[in-house]
Structures are given as structure tokens and as C-alpha cells.
Design a binder for this molecule. Sequence first.
Ligand SMILES: [Zn+2]
Length: 678
Amino acid sequence: MRNSVAPLFAVFVFAISALIGSRCADEKTSGIAVVKTPPFAGGNRHYVSNRTPLLGSPLVKLPIGSVEPKGWLLGQLRLMRDGFTGRLAEISRFLKDDSGWITLKGKGWEEVPYWLKGYGDLGYILKDQEIISKAKRWLELALKSQRSDGYFGPVDNGESHDLWPNMVMLFALRSRHEATGDARVLPFMTRYFHYENDLPDGELLPGSWQKLRGGDNLEVVYWLYNRTGEGFLLDLGRRLHERTSDWTSSVLSDQRDKNWEESSFYHGVNITMGIREPGTYYQQAKDRTLIDAVEANYKQVMEAYGRQPGGMFGADENIRPGYGDPRQGAETCSMVEFMSSFESLLKITGDTRYADRCEEIAFNSLPASMTPDLKGLHYLTAPNLISCDSTGEHDFQNGGTLVSYDPWSYRCCQHNVAFGWPYFAEHLWMGTSDDGLAAALYAPSVVTARVGDGAEIRISEDTAYPFGDVIDFTMGTAKPAEFPFYLRIPSWWDGGSVSLNGEALKADPRPGEYLVIRRKWQDGDRLRLEFRPRIMVQTWPTIGNSVSVRRGPLWYSLKIGEQWRRYGGTDEWPALELLPTTAWNYGLVVDPLDPAATIRIESRKEPIDQPFEPEASPIVLRARARKIPSWTAEGRMVGKVPPGPVATDAAMEEITLIPMGCARLRISSFPLVKKRWR
Ligand SMILES: [Zn+2]
């Protein structure tokens, strides 16, 4: 009876099914449907959507300020404000008065715009007037620097035709416009894009980083086009795509393998940014093979270097052929850029897989890149990482300290990490092309938005997610408002329930779909989404049959005793090593097909403002394990996971597993212990 539709809602369901195919989840409650994506046709009446001839937008970003984080996510943003992002000007040598972004002469590259891109958004989300006014001071200078030909920014970059730093500054200006309506931004960008469009081909993205990262420029060109409709922007869009490095063909190749150290295509950050470029251009070209290219490259990179939990792939500067195991780190810049790519692809395609990928990084990898007080960070984070020392006794492409936590070092990441959490928060909720709302990424928050015929509604999302399994949405509206409410069903969905005002709704969504509930929503309506994730064990056949433990959106790591030790910096801004105080060389005793037999939830508690540290772990698992004496460190680096199943005579022990994001020292890919029949 899945195809039967009650007449009252036939038009709605028909409209969706005609476009993308839908299933009616409940013949009695026909306001519920399940769909793969919101429709592409139409266009949100209340928020700027893609303008024709660009592809329609299934999801539309709400203006900054629409989403107010709560709970642990608000905790992250407040810690950022009080930590090195909010106070970076005190310690970064790139944010001083001699910066080319202030003097407008001399050198000023990516660092200032990297930081401003997140710093400004942090202020707008927190409605923090001090941050907003400090960000404005920098942005005023960028606006003031514009020449009569449209170019802006430090003179040096202009003379070398390096558009890369400006690409990042454009994001900061985009946010300024979204958050404050600053009327200068659109004409400023228009003049700048005229400048770009007047450049001869040889001077438009001639080479280096800007050529690999031209997709970032393209994204803002479309943002402006949707607001002004000026045709030259589409010409520029086509030229930028043609002049940007080719991300439609395979990232990995035998030729590049031979020259891996030199290949900019093998740089982790370039990959995490560049991989989405064909998806961005898809909006103009409307050629589905461009999305296929994004997916082919994601698959290729992850199969070769991403056989590990946490959503990242090993590229400790560049991808290194032969170094695909979970000891290889991912740069902090790569994490926030990969998250941002998935946020963009989610908007463009409506496809929930991108939300899953974004959450996986946000919850499991990003938190461990910073100290719990967000006053220091490191360059590389790896799923198996047993010592965050400053010795450099690690086998990475770069020498020197890369894993110790230091607010002074790590030039790019120190500035660029600023936009990770703010952008994540801004994309929790999105408008849909049929004037509804989608809960696209889940975290405690409140959204205020216009829906349906224009009613303003306010939905409170109360949840301990990703640590909890229940999400409560409470509607606030001055008068009843009819609109479709989309709930993302994650890829790890393993059954669950949805109820409205205490009454179970008959719905049977599949992983990767949206559940859509269209009705006349009343003030106080309460929608509850409940997940029933099981403890799962993922086997990594190409990584020595190692195993990782997952439950819902979280991966789990061995809890290792921590010793924090200052080795530099100042009392206010210390540089810290994090050293292990307990054993880490455990193999897991588990049947991957029946993990519940040996792994159980030991305790649960509500997340506090900073849940991402071992003692604050809101959910703790217990598992069985045996030590593997032959598994030892190589220098300060964890040894390769020994191929399993591994025989060991060591005694059976119970070990504690905590969410990967709570563990800065961690084993997340374990050897599998050989089963003993006695
Ligand atoms: Zn970096």
C-alpha cells in the first residue's frame, strides 16, 4: 500500500514523486512521505535560491543568525571565543599592524582572511558585538583597498596575479552581507569579478594554489549571481571552471604516485577543497557526470587512504603512496575544508550522504585537533595516535613537531580552523525549495525562519545528539503554519521511531532518505525522532583486518591515560605535549558479526559544554581485549596495526572505549584478536 495516497495530500506527494520518486510512508497519515531529496524545481520564496539558468536548489542556506546553537555546540563556540580563535590577534604574528591586509602594501597572504572567515561568523552567530566590530575593522580595510579596476587586497598578490587570498576574503565578505546586510558588499564583489573577468586567460588562475582552489572563487560568483542576476558572472563562472585544475579526472594516478612529493593534487587540503569543484560547476553545467566525478574521486581517495574511522584520509602533508594506514594524520585545515565541501555539496544536491560525511568529521575528528579549552591545536590528527609530543620522532612527510598542541605554531591551521564549527552550526537547518525547512545536520539549536506562505516559525531542537539517540523538535509559531518539515535519515539508520505530540507516526524511512511531514503546524507541536543504533564493528580488510567500533554517528577509541606537559609558550598560551600514562597495545576480542556479545554501554550522561574530553565522555563503552606485546611504538609513533587475527597469550581484560572525538590519545583501529577455542 505504499503507493496509496489520501486525496488531501495528493498534490504534495504527487509533486515530489513526479520529480524524484517518493514513497508514502503511512496511508492513514498521508502528510508523511519519504523522499531522496527535496525537489530541485521551484525555489524558496523567502530565501535566495539559485537563479535561472542555474540548477534549482533543493536546499537553501538560511542567513547567518537564523540558527542559534545550544548545548554542547554553543559550548564549542564560546570556548572558541575565549580561546585562540577569539583572541588570535594577541598571538598570531600574521595579525599584526604590519600585515599587508592593513598596510595594503607588502605581504599579506591567506592567514588574515582564513581567520576572518571564521572569526566574523563566530561573532555573528554568538551576536558578540566585540567580535563583530573587530571583524568589521579588518573588512573595512579590505573594502577600502579596492582599486579603480576592481582589484582589492595587498598589492603583492595583485602583482603576482595570486587570487587565492582574495577567494578566502570573499567568504568573509559574503558572511558580512548575510549577517548585516552591508550594502557595500554586492557592488564591491561585482567590481572585483569584473576585474577577474577582464583578466586574459593566462593571468586568470595561472598556477599554484589558486589554480587548484578556483572552486572557492566559483562558489562566491554564483552567490553573487543569485543576488544580482548579472550575466557576465556566468561567463566568469565558465571561465573559472575551465581555468581551475581539472578535478573531474582521477585524483590518484600512477604518474602522480611517482611524483607524490611534488604533486599539488596530492596535498590533503587541496583534495578536500578541490574535490567539490565539479559539484559547484554542476549548478551551471547541469551535467550529472560532474557529481559522478566528485563521487568517483571521493571513493578512490577513501579506498586508498581513508580506511579508518573519523571521515578523513591520511595525508600528513601530501598523500604518500604506501602510507594509507590509520597512523597517518590529517591536517586540521583538511578537516574543516572537507566539512565545508560536504556542506556545499549537501546544498547543491540535497543528498544526505554529504551530511553524514560532514557529521562524521565534526563529531569524531575535529574535536581532537584542539585542546579541550580550545586554546591550542595541532597540525595532524590520526585515528591511531599514542603520543602528542614535540619531538618529531614520527614518520611524517614534514619534520619537526606536528602533533603537540600549540597555539603559536601551525600557521595555516591556526587561522583556518576558525570556520569549522561556525559553518557547521550555520548548516544545521536549511530552507527547502518547497518553502519548508530541513533538519539537515543534527545538534542542539533553535532555528527561526520563514516558511510556507511567509509565517515566521521558531523550532527548538533539544537533544544530546550525537551522544544521545533522541531529538525533540518543538514548534513555536504565532499562528498555525503549513509547511513541509524534512528530517534527515542518516546512512547508519537502523530503525527508530517518529512521534508527533506523543503519538507514533507510521513511517518506514530507509537510510539516506528524508522523512517529510507536511501539516498545519501548531504552536507547541512536538515532534520526536528516536534512533536505535546498534554497536557495530567495521572490519578494514586492507589494514590488516583491523576493527573499529561504531555506534550511530560516533566511532569509539581506547581510553588512554593522559599526561599534559608544558614545553613552551607562555603561562597564558602554553604549548603542550600530551603523553600516554597507560597501555595502548590492545587487540579487541570481538566477533565482528556479533559485537554486542562482548561490547556493552557502560554509562551515559548528559553532555556538558565541553563533552569532548575523556572524563566528560557522555557515553562510555566497555569491551574485551588482550594485550599484544609484539605491537610496539616506532619512535613516538604507534606501530602499524599487526595483521589479524592476532594470536596472543595475554590475559583477557576489560577496556574502556570513549567517543573518538573525546580521545586525543587513541587507538581507533584495533588488531583483531584470534579466537581461542579453549
Ligand atoms: Zn593547515
